[in-house]
Ligand binder design. Structure first.
Ligand code: NAD
Length: 750
């Protein structure tokens, strides 16, 4: 008896091998049909006397990515629509039925009376790992690509099919909470050491090992179903528990600032579940899950960090009629900080790299930086030494532009200086093949004008990387006025080759990300000049969900760069383009105090030379701008609102002006590019979930209180008037059936 998704093979010993292998997909996921089929299989396992033991495995390279988040996205959209239409109660009942189904199915498997072992042949995440946890034995293949874990919190959810309860009974509570709250995908050896796996064996021996387990050490009940079960978890009400839980709560607050309902519910589910018999504990988890899945954070995160991210990674913006670009060799001009980073990721992706600089010393320094970066990955266990050596062997460093003759794509990353860039681009164009594409990593200079320095502007495009290149997953692809489709297609193919996510924006001052980041940093400058203590600015920014405060971020991008941007804006748009106090602050930081940011160890923070010592806010800021005396009267909520609203409004302007053309790119770009709080779903989702009318009313209030920079643009006012959201008016074309489960976005989420 085999069905659509599962193959069944019963051997003469009564061992039933259940092989999950969904047709037409590269990865198994739990959708409606798969769940139904597995329900029938579990019923048969329980009833069929011929079955004495069961192996659950996968016919794909990976085991499974878990629940189909596209399905969940549609289920949620349906639920919200039904709720709006006044059928809330019926919709809720349906949602609960759907949600309880998978967990109940796994529990039936666990209590079927026959020993069941999971043979995990590849990545096994989310709902799939919950299935494995409900098996009595778990054996995983050893391999670089094999991972197990429960990454649900990374898309705003929590495990809802027994994961929290089983992990909390297999592993000591501290480790269990770390695993669950981080949503980390674990390597097999680590998972075994933690007690989540029974064995790790070479891939070729996996099924034999599973069969041996069934013959030699079978268990047909879960430990928690045995009388007198005592797991590694400390009792909640015990001296150990009293030590652990308050600390866990504090840790949760520090990490999340209580912005993530999924993480909070997860903590409650474990806390409450550990005090209950197992079946009740499962119900508690399911109820928490049912609450979490209805939150805005879950809806927003699933949409942006799973559905949209997946679509952008499939290059939805790529001109379809252009044939795939064959990119074998990459030229990089400028072997500095960014050039070396780009060289490292390209060589790791298997490209040959020519890394050029002004002189041999600079080129050699660039190559040494790549070596150091790859070496650091080896020491962290993220890269095998032979792979590092192979990547380094692909990089040729030098000064001769003639070496660009074989390149399919050339990226310049020289100084942010128009004359230097124009000279380099013109020389590169003269050395390159006529069909090769030329890209600039400029963060501010319009691509259209740079392209004009070459005889072939149709082949010139912007490829704006973020620092550190090795870590940041976004690349902003900038289309100049004359950029052709072939250059765009080549740039996008390249971005995917190095496994990053592209967004495509049109040419304008600051493009999209730098422009929004400038608004964020500018708001920080203003607060400082208003006398808000710098530590308060930074802490509240993080409490609002940003990874770093605006002053720390300014140090990263360099304060002299901010000054140059301000000067350019004042020259082009008049002296009112930048508020006088903020301009004076930045000019004084650079001109009088020589504080350029992290790059010279002195910015809004001091950066101690000693390793391991933390940066500290520069005490001199108090003299530049003495803090207000009535600090307690400062409205903290208002400060958080100002920081997020400034970025969201700037994004709305970018959309209105056609710099951004796709709402998905605005949202994904904001989270991956500058760390806009993931729980909001991104800058535009933040407005949509607030409600456009409410957001506009809030901006009008901020404009009265803090200045006209907060005045809503015409597009926002129009959306507020018609009651539309961005995603309603600019609805992106949705792919019908996507692929992949909870595992996919894991490493892309910051
Ligand atoms: P950098 O100063 O570290 O590196 C620039 C390199 O270019 C130096 O090694 C320099 O010797 C080389 N160079 C200068 N003139 C050259 C020439 N005529 N021919 C060959 N090589 C030459 O600077 P960076 O931080 O790597 O920035 C490079 C580019 O990337 C800039 O356009 C910058 O705006 C952009 N960018 C930087 C960041 C960032 O965070 N640093 C982020 C995104 C984009």
């Amino acid at each position: 008896m085999s069905g659509r998704d599962f193959r069944l093979d019963l051997d003469p010993d009564g061992i039933l091998t259940v092989t999950w292998d969904m047709p037409g997909r590269s990865m198994n996921v739990f959708d409606q049909a798969a769940i139904e089929e597995l329900e029938a299989i579990v019923a048969r396992i329980a009833e069929d006397a011929a079955v004495t033991g069961v192996i659950v495995t996968s016919g794909k390279e990976t085991f499974s990515g878990g629940a189909d988040l596209n399905m969940l996205d549609r289920l949620l959209a349906g639920f919200r629509a039904a709720e709006r239409a006044g059928h809330g109660a019926a919709a809720m009942e349906r949602l609960y039925t759907e949600i309880f189904r998978l967990g109940d199915l796994f529990r039936r498997l666990e209590t079927c009376g026959k020993p069941v072992v999971a043979a995990i042949n590849g990545t096994c995440l989310g709902g799939a790992f919950e299935l494995a946890l409900a098996c009595h034995g778990r054996i995983a293949a050893d391999g670089d690509a094999v991972r197990v874990g429960l990454p649900e919190v990374r898309v705003g959810l929590m495990p809802g099919a027994g994961g929290t309860q089983r992990v909390a009974r297999l592993v000591n509570t501290q480790d269990a909470l770390t695993i669950l709250l981080k949503g980390e995908a674990l390597r097999p050896a680590r998972a075994k050491a933690l007690g989540l796996l029974d064995a790790v064996v070479p891939a070729g021996e996996l099924l034999d090992a599973a069969r041996r387990w069934l013959k030699e050490t079978p268990r047909k009940t879960a430990p928690w179903d045995e009388d007198g079960f005592k797991g590694p978890a400390a009792k909640v009400f015990s001296p150990q528990g009293f030590n652990l839980w308050p600390a866990a709560n504090a840790h949760y607050r520090r990490e999340t600032h209580d912005n993530y309902p999924g993480a909070r519910a997860l903590l409650s589910a474990v806390f409450e579940g550990l005090q209950l018999p197992f079946d009740q504990a499962l119900r508690v988890e399911q109820r928490w899950f049912a609450q979490v899945i209805r939150t805005d954070a879950a809806a927003a995160m699933i949409r942006t960090l799973f559905v949209s991210l997946q679509e952008l990674n499939k290059l939805v913006r790529r001109p379809a009629e252009v044939a795939p670009a064959a990119i074998g060799k990459l030229g990089i001009i400028g072997a500095g900080f960014m050039g070396a980073g780009i060289a490292a990721v390209a060589a790791q992706a298997g490209l040959d790299v020519v890394l050029l600089d002004r002189d041999e010393d600079a080129a050699a320094r660039g190559r040494a930086a790549v070596e150091a970066s790859l070496g650091a990955q080896v020491s962290r266990g993220r890269l095998a030494a032979p792979d590092r050596d192979a990547a380094l062997a692909r990089i040729a460093a030098g000064t001769d532009f003639a070496a660009l003759a074989e390149a399919d794509l050339v990226v310049e990353a020289v100084f942010e200086d128009r004359a230097v860039k124009e000279d380099v681009l013109a020389r590169a164009a003269a050395s390159m093949r006529p069909d090769a594409v030329l890209a600039s990593n400029t963060s501010t200079l319009p691509i259209t004008s740079l392209a004009a320095a070459t005889p072939r502007p149709a082949d010139v495009i912007g490829l704006h990387f973020f620092s550190p290149v090795e870590k940041m997953m976004l690349v902003e692809v900038i289309r100049g006025r004359d950029t052709g489709d072939r250059a765009l297609a080549t740039a996008l193919d390249f971005v995917r080759l190095i496994r990053k996510t592209p967004i495509v924006v049109n040419d304008a001052r600051g493009f999209y990300t730098s422009r929004v980041v400038t608004a964020y940093i500018g708001e920080g400058h203003r607060m400082l000049t208003e006398g808000v203590p710098p530590a308060m600015i930074e802490n509240l920014a993080r409490a609002a969900g940003m990874p770093v405060g605006p002053l720390a971020l300014n140090d990263e991008v360099a304060i002299d760069l901010s000054l140059r941007i301000m000067d350019a804006a004042r020259a082009d748009l008049g002296p009112d383009a930048v508020p006088e106090a903020a301009y004076r602050l930045v000019a004084a930081m650079v001109g009088e105090h020589g504080r350029l940011g992290r790059k010279n160890g002195r910015g809004f923070y001091d950066y101690p030379a000693a390793r391991g010592e933390k940066k500290r806010l520069w005490p001199g800021l108090a003299t530049l701008h003495p803090p207000r005396r009535d600090v307690d009267a400062i409205d903290r909520g208002e400060l958080k609102l100002r920081l997020l609203a400034a970025m969201a409004l700037e994004t709305a302007r970018c959309l209105e002006e056609g710099v951004i053309t796709d709402v998905r790119e605005a949202d994904v770009g904001s989270i991956l590019g500058f760390g806009f709080p993931p729980f909001t779903g991104g800058t535009l989702s933040y407005i949509d979930f607030t409600g456009t009318a409410a957001f506009v009313a809030m901006l009008d209030r901020l404009a009265v209180a803090h200045g006209p920079r907060f005045l809503p643009n015409a597009l926002l006012r129009d959306l507020a008037r018609t009651g539309e959201s961005f995603y309603a008016r600019f609805a992106p074309p949705r792919a019908e059936a996507g692929e992949g489960g909870q595992g996919d976005p894991a490493d892309a989420v910051p």
